[in-house]
Design a binder for this molecule. Structure first.
Ligand SMILES: Cc1cc2nc3c(=O)[nH]c(=O)nc-3n(C[C@H](O)[C@H](O)[C@H](O)COP(=O)(O)OP(=O)(O)OC[C@H]3O[C@@H](n4cnc5c(N)ncnc54)[C@H](O)[C@@H]3O)c2cc1C
Length: 382
């Protein structure tokens, strides 16, 4: 992928922000216990949150590839903060595609400025891989729906202002066709939430949401009844390629730091970079990250061209975080005992990137998607 002039300019703005504002505070933000709203607003002000959204709603109207460039640049400075443009573009496009006008008009502009955060609430305590098999119920009562049940492992559960909640309106036998999406705002009576003590991505935070007789007006249904699952899954093809680039950005930061260290640090009277045992693993890391980066941009190019890219997205997601984790691990080792402290960023990048080996669908589920693209339903286990 060779960026055009506009993409170069936006990439440069994101790079400057990432290296000058995000990177110096990356380790400090790991200690945060809530999302940094001021930082989000600053990003909104710079136009970094609505890169691929239409200009009519306040976005930049750029292609998916451009959002990929911005995401990778931001991932270099702070893996967690680079999640925000993905969150905003993915969630706002789900709303633009399927939500009633009154929801789009009120909430999308506030997401773009960084003022409001939206969480996607699909996973339930009994499991997330079999995502269509959800139990949280929504039953119709006049002009409303009444929601009862629990969601868990939800990104931004502690801080989100709005929730897209997937609920069962049909029978269990209906599977994915019995799932409907609802737009629910924070503070609605009957909702409570908890926050987990996670391994990584602590500033983002995950948690559970509990729904007890929560009344949602029917006008806040997103899309048709029974269409919720297919609507959200379309979005995942987009986010998975972007998550791959987020991971590439984080791994590249560790690689750059490790190369600089290998040039300066001496052992046996010479820079350690002269030992192939030090430089070759880093060279292999460079190669793997370069390959995944190109796959991610290729996937986004397919998307921009309106071509099928489900399997490619799954490849980005199954390989990106895992490879980045391994590459960052190698960078940490390059620093010897200095790498084994909480004061270098490698440990934090490993913890942060690892979360995406699970979130948004595990590598096993990605491999199922890839297999299905080759041999269809013969690849599905029952
Ligand atoms: C950082 C993070 C962020 C997340 N954010 C969100 C969010 O915003 N919204 C949301 O709804 N959910 C979110 N999740 C939940 C996530 O989508 C689920 O954790 C994920 O889908 C896996 O579900 P599970 O954890 O219940 O594992 P399970 O489904 O119980 O699977 C357990 C293990 O078995 C394997 N497995 C299961 N089925 C198969 C199979 N058929 N073949 C091979 N292996 C299989 C899995 O790969 C996994 O290793 C997040 C999770 C994390 C870690």
């Amino acid at each position: 992928m060779i960026p055009d002039d506009d993409q170069k300019a936006l990439g440069e703005a994101a790079r400057k922000f990432s290296r000058e504002v995000l990177l110096p505070g990356y380790l400090k933000r790991d200690k945060a216990t809530c999302w940094d709203r001021d930082l989000a607003r600053e990003m909104g002000g710079l136009g970094l949150l609505g890169v691929s959204l239409p200009e009519e709603v306040g976005g930049l109207g750029e292609r998916s590839v451009t959002l990929g460039i911005v995401t990778e640049e931001l991932g270099y400075g702070d893996y967690n903060v680079s999640q925000l443009p993905i969150n905003v573009c993915l969630n706002a496009s789900i709303l633009l595609r399927s939500a009633p006008k009154h929801i789009v008009e009120e909430w999308v502009p506030q997401m773009l400025t960084g003022d409001k955060l939206m969480a996607i609430c699909l996973t339930e305590p009994r499991g997330g891989s079999d995502a269509a098999n959800i139990q949280l119920r929504a039953h119709r009562s006049g002009d409303d729906y009444i929601l009862n049940g629990e969601k868990t492992s939800i990104t931004f559960a502690g801080d989100a202002d709005i929730f897209l909640v997937f609920a069962r309106t049909g029978t269990v036998e209906d599977g994915a066709k019995g799932v409907t999406a609802f737009f629910v705002t924070e503070g609605t009576k009957g909702i409570s939430r908890s926050r987990f003590d996670d391994v990584g991505s602590r500033i983002i935070g995950r948690g559970s949401l509990f729904f007890e007789d929560v009344v949602v007006p029917a006008r806040n249904r997103v899309g048709d009844e029974g269409k919720g699952f297919t609507q959200v899954m379309q979005g995942f093809d987009y986010s998975r390629a972007l998550l791959g680039l987020q991971a590439c950005g984080a791994a590249q930061a560790s690689l750059d730091e490790a190369w600089a260290y290998a040039k300066e640090r001496e052992a046996f009277g010479r820079p350690i970079g002269q030992f192939q045992g030090v430089s070759f693993p880093l060279a292999e890391g460079e190669s793997k990250i370069a390959a995944i980066r190109q796959l991610c941009y290729h996937t986004l190019e397919l998307r921009d061209a309106g071509l099928e890219h489900t399997a490619q997205s799954a490849m980005c997601k199954s390989m990106g975080p895992e490879t980045a984790f391994n590459v960052i691990h190698q960078c940490l080792l390059t620093f010897g005992h200095y790498g084994w402290t909480m004061e270098t960023a490698h440990q934090q990048r490993m913890r942060d990137v690892m979360g995406q080996e699970i979130g948004d669908g595990t590598a096993n589920i990605m491999k199922q998607i890839i297999s299905r693209s080759r041999i269809g339903r013969a690849a599905i286990q029952y």
